[in-house]
Design a protein around this ligand. Structure first.
Ligand SMILES: NC(=O)c1ccc[n+]([C@@H]2O[C@H](COP(=O)([O-])OP(=O)(O)OC[C@H]3O[C@@H](n4cnc5c(N)ncnc54)[C@H](O)[C@@H]3O)[C@@H](O)[C@H]2O)c1
Length: 375
């Protein structure tokens, strides 16, 4: 580890704790500070990972006031992402934040502004975009094996009724659409321009008032900007029975990739006519520095008992965690835009926010801003 390595603070130590040992072992990082509101848990995790007592913070403001912190990696509940990212950038920190970027289109635009004006890096830590399936299909595309892409479809269906904090109850499905839509936009190489979404079904009455969102399922169509492509995404969280699924399908003129129907069923390539091939998706740990390669295949925090529930439900997030940390660190060190930079994150997140808005307006077609042009 060099003394010039960026110093990382992790904010929020539920899911966030998964990243602690990755930064600790990454040759280009110094795992420096941790922050969460509950002091008992703060010290429990601080002790478990040997974080200096003076670098354990219960208040985010104190992390931002620490001049030795270079990067904040935010893993707090969704409603906190927007204002914490803006405050982090304005305090002169590089900001990595778990999904989604924010809960309003205005906050997404403000993060783009703050990143541009401060020159600091921002990345939304979208697990799907560093999953082995995504990396595999990206490679198929780059090698020309799909030919021209003609259509893409994504889904994220999850039952969040048991084991999740109350703030999730009744959450608008498309406000957390990033896993379903991001692979479509990135593989298409185009961001959304227009969205039309319908809500379907109804969740239990007591869940509705929290977010004033009645739908059990939301299903959206996106028209992509400067592209002849459209794509489709489906989300459900409550009162809709289905095994966990985060999926994307890509249809090309030479070959098409379809996600497995159920866990372990096997992904499929359609290779022409009626021919199909079952796919064994490789692991991409070899793209990473050796000390963090092991984290593509196992969770990192308290391996035996206390894995984060999302890690089980999300099938280990496709081995993405070390790739996410690595990409952000390298972007900071190389002074380049990360793969999921602020305008890209804003487009992905706003697509979902506006999809829900469209559903609430009975399927009205809405424009998605071009965040590369935010002033
Ligand atoms: N696949 C994925 O990308 C994925 C998977 C799981 C969770 N997540 C995201 O991670 C985030 C956290 O999820 P979780 O399940 O760990 O949530 P959680 O509610 O269990 O934990 C939140 C953590 O944030 C801390 N926190 C909350 N407000 C804070 C504040 N103002 N200042 C400092 N710390 C604060 C809490 O103390 C706690 O440690 C969510 O936004 C979720 O969407 C993403």
């Amino acid at each position: 580890m060099s003394s010039k390595n960026p110093r990382v603070a992790i904010i929020g130590l539920g899911f966030g704790a998964e990243f602690l040992p990755i930064y600790q072992r990454h040759p280009d990082a110094e795992m420096f500070a941790v922050c969460q509101r509950n002091e008992e848990k703060l010290h429990q995790i601080g002790d478990a990972f040997g974080i200096d007592r003076s670098k354990r913070y219960a208040r985010y403001e104190d992390v931002l006031a620490d001049p030795d912190v270079d990067i904040v990696h935010i893993n707090t509940p969704i409603g906190e992402h927007g204002h914490m990212s803006i405050a982090g950038l304005r305090a002169g920190k590089h900001v990595a934040c778990t999904v989604p970027m924010a809960t309003t289109v205005e906050e997404c635009a403000e993060i783009c502004r703050a990143a541009r004006e401060t020159g600091k890096k921002y990345m939304m830590m979208e697990t799907v975009l560093f999953s082995r399936e995504y990396l595999f299909v990206q490679r198929l595309k780059d090698e020309g094996k799909l030919g021209k892409i003609q259509f893409l479809r994504g889904s994220h269906q999850q039952d969040m009724s048991v084991g999740w904090p109350e703030y999730w109850w009744g959450f608008p499905p498309m406000h957390y659409a990033t896993h379903a839509v991001s692979p479509l936009f990135l593989l298409a190489g185009a961001m959304p321009e227009k969205v039309t979404c319908l809500g379907s079904g109804r969740i239990r009455e007591e869940y509705i008032p929290r977010y004033n969102s009645p739908f059990a399922v939301e299903s959206a169509l996106f028209k992509l900007r400067n592209s002849d492509l459209a794509c489709e995404a489906t989300r459900s969280l409550y009162e809709t029975v289905r095994q966990y699924r985060e999926s994307f399908d890509v249809y090309g003129e030479k070959g098409s990739f379809e996600w497995e129907q159920t866990a372990g069923g096997g992904h499929v390539m359609h290779t022409g006519g009626e021919d199909i091939e079952k796919i064994e998706v490789p692991d991409f740990a070899d793209l990473l520095p050796e000390p963090i390669r092991r984290f593509t295949t196992q969770g990192v925090y308290d391996l035996d008992e206390n894995q984060h529930l999302s890690f089980f439900q999300g099938a280990g997030h496709g081995g993405s965690h070390p790739h996410l940390a690595h990409e952000f660190l390298r972007a900071v060190i190389e002074d380049r835009a990360p793969k999921v930079d602020a305008p890209t994150s804003a487009s992905i997140t706003a697509a979902g926010i506006l999809a829900h808005e469209s559903a609430m307006r009975g399927g009205e077609t809405l424009d998605v801003p071009d965040f590369t042009k935010v002033v």
